[in-house]
Design a protein around this ligand. Structure first.
Ligand SMILES: Cc1cc2nc3c(=O)[nH]c(=O)nc-3n(C[C@H](O)[C@H](O)[C@H](O)COP(=O)(O)OP(=O)(O)OC[C@H]3O[C@@H](n4cnc5c(N)ncnc54)[C@H](O)[C@@H]3O)c2cc1C
Length: 369
């Protein structure tokens, strides 16, 4: 069985930033691992800003040169209308680490996957996790694509599947939503180029996030609470009204044709505990962040790095390693919650509206802190 080509010490499910950071770390520690990724080639995801304080981590992971590639931009901070009627530049420049990066996200995902594959070819691309069975000592994962089903065996499994936390779902480990924020997202083609920056603007019912997508194309997202979500049929009218109600975006983006609107969860959620007997979760699978924090990619890479080391230590019989990982990521999550509360509390223009009145309620409970 040990010679079986589908037998590993660790299986990583998910080939996004968290999964690849885990895989690079495990491979560097001499752990025989593989990555399973549902998409054959990377797909475009939301999220493009990397803050300056991520640089030491990028160096540790050996990926700083990837973000310094000319496809990505040096970035000094978002433009934001939040807490006052002014549209202000929120500069990273005051940060002692200097500038951050505005990623071509699709290219970044390709770079990460190529880097991993240049050292380790155990990459099941285009395979979806179908089943996980885990006992005290072994994990058996069934994966499949359109033509074949493969059984993988390992000592350990890592959930890097993003918000849905698919491995945890198979293992009946629940993920808790700490709020009910949703994003309504769509793309818009423009007749002229949009400035290469992210613009955020708060409104009475939530907030807008607008980012460059491709030449003459932007991604627009409106974040609101579940109770305020329109029906699918009314979503385009709802979004047009919300855009009309902005002070700045409505002047910058004057003419929009909305094709398809996707509605997806975009709040804060977490596992009660990010590891078990022979599994561990990294990235959004363990902790999903509010996009206002620009925290997701860096946190995914960081938890991949620390999670990878924890799994390598654990497999080398250092039993406390997984609990140490929990300590590190839980503390980071607590710090995030404090910053999130402080950020939402800056906005006091619509204190009686449903969104702003209910936005923080759940975070002020002892459980969330
Ligand atoms: C609107 C919005 C704006 C954002 N803006 C920012 C930002 O400015 N800065 C920032 O840092 N973050 C931002 N984020 C968050 C950031 O994109 C995520 O936190 C990040 O992608 C998490 O990485 P991950 O590797 O954990 O998960 P993902 O990137 O979601 O990767 C998970 C991977 O697992 C694969 N997968 C899932 N299920 C299976 C399965 N069953 N079998 C096999 N493979 C599977 C998926 O195909 C995917 O490739 C934003 C998010 C949103 C929604």
């Amino acid at each position: 069985m040990e010679n079986d080509k589908h037998t590993y010490q660790a299986i990583i499910v998910g080939g996004g930033p968290a999964g690849i950071a885990t895989a690079i770390t495990l491979h560097a520690r001499g752990i025989r691992c593989c990555v399973v990724e549902a998409h054959k080639t990377p797909v475009r995801k939301s999220g493009e800003a990397i803050p300056p304080n991520a640089k030491p981590l990028l160096k540790k992971l050996g990926i700083l040169s990837l973000v310094e590639h000319e496809k990505h931009e040096i970035y000094y901070g978002n433009k934001s209308c939040w807490g006052s009627d002014q549209l202000e530049q929120k500069e990273f420049i005051a940060d002692k680490m200097g500038h951050g990066f505005l990623l071509d996200r699709l290219y970044f995902e390709m770079q990460l996957q190529e880097l991993y594959q240049s050292t380790n070819n155990s990459f099941y691309k285009g395979y979806k996790l179908k089943k996980v069975v885990s006992d005290e000592t072994k994990t058996i994962a069934t994966i499949e694509n359109a033509t074949e089903t493969i059984t993988l065996r390992a000592d350990f499994i890592i959930d890097a599947t993003g918000r849905k936390a698919s491995v945890c779902r198979h293992l009946n480990v629940p993920k808790e939503n700490l709020d009910t924020q949703f994003a309504l997202t769509f793309n818009v083609k423009l007749s002229e180029n949009f400035p290469n920056e992210i613009i955020v603007e708060a409104t009475e019912n939530g907030w807008w996030y607008v980012a460059p997508f491709a030449e003459n194309e932007i991604t627009m997202m409106f974040f609101t609470l579940k109770a305020l979500l329109p029906s699918k049929e009314n979503s385009k009218t709802f979004l047009r009204t919300e855009l009309h109600n902005t002070k700045h975006l409505s002047k910058i983006i004057t003419d929009i044709t909305i094709d398809t609107v996707k509605i997806m969860p975009a709040g804060t959620s977490c596992l009660q505990i990010p590891y078990g007997k022979n599994w561990l979760a990294v990235g959004d699978a363990a902790y999903s962040y509010d996009p206002i924090s620009s925290y997701g990619i860096t946190s995914a890479l960081a938890s991949g790095f620390y999670g990878g080391h924890a799994v390598a230590d654990f497999l080398n019989r250092k039993d406390a390693a997984l609990e140490t990982y929990r300590y590190v990521v839980e503390n980071a999550f607590r710090a995030y919650i404090q910053k999130l509360i402080a950020h939402y509390e800056l906005e006091k223009r619509w204190e009686q509206s449903h969104y702003w009145k209910h936005r923080l309620v759940v975070f002020s409970t002892e459980k969330a802190l």
